[in-house]
Design a protein around this ligand. Structure first.
Ligand code: TYC
Length: 112
């Protein structure tokens, strides 16, 4: 499938003038990963709660993700268009601050 943009041409019957109509740009938005970073102090249950409430995973899946971050140092919680990824990451960081935990999340562009 070609991803090239093209234009439709319409001939005006009266004058023979050709009108070029812009084809809508159907390109998908660039996607971003929301990454959670490990630290030594944020309680595990708080991280599980954050993953559940921000990303909508069930408790068991959220626990798996938290343990993976705990073990490996970082982990991807989800992939979204930039604005959504920014909002989720910001919300995590604000909730962590509000509870005085050092938990940090970042966003990373997905290169395909
Ligand atoms: N390492 C933390 C602890 O032992 C738990 C933790 C997991 C913290 C994931 C942050 O993103 C994180 N309490």
């Amino acid at each position: 499938m070609s991803s090239e943009n093209s234009n439709a041409s319409i001939t005006n019957g009266d004058t023979g003038t050709i009108v070029m109509e812009d084809k809508p740009d159907l390109k998908e938005p660039p996607m971003y990963q929301v990454v959670l970073l490990n630290d030594d102090f944020t309680p595990m249950e708080f991280v599980v709660y954050i993953i559940q409430s921000i990303f909508g995973y069930e408790h068991e899946r959220s626990t798996q993700i938290m343990l993976s971050v705990h073990t490996k140092g970082k982990g991807v919680c989800g992939i979204f268009p930039k604005e959504i990824a920014e909002m989720k990451s910001h919300e995590i960081n604000e909730m962590a601050k509000a509870h005085e935990h050092p938990l940090i999340s970042e966003i990373e562009p997905l290169t395909d």
